[in-house]
Design a protein around this ligand. Sequence first.
Ligand code: THU
Length: 159
Amino acid sequence: MTKDNTDSIFEILDIQDLSTEEQSLIQTAQEISEKAYAPYSNFQVGAAVKLSNGAILKSSNQENVSFPAGVCAEHLVLSYAGANYPESAPECLAIVARRKGEQSWANVSPCGICRQVINEVENRFKHKIKMLILREDGRVYSISGISALLPLKFDDLNS
Ligand code: THU
């Protein structure tokens, strides 16, 4: 048997176990999720990213009547980061979701396309991204690097 070579860390933490800065990033994601344009799914996602220059950027998901034209929150915020701060590596990405009208937070996990987007950003900046994903039980997945979510990832056209 061959073991994969992922060295990523995957933890489930209580929110109080996160740093103040990380808790604040989750709160930013929660706030921006309220602005989601999600009339088709009613699933309101918020993503907030902290860059190496200290900037905090945020986005919600933006849907379209032609469903594949919709964009996930994390895809949007990482694309905005790359477009506006090409010198600054995204370091930490918080993702949260809630069904419209509900009080409690929902389970969420980046879709396949978003995992590939996160992978591209890690490769671009040669820097792992720490992902903080809020769970419905109030705890947080803390995932160090996309390899944990995307084993055998496609990231080299020439090998
Ligand atoms: N969505 C995100 O924005 N991020 C995720 O991690 C999961 C899914 C969006 C896509 C769509 O607008 C809605 O949530 C339901 O899939």
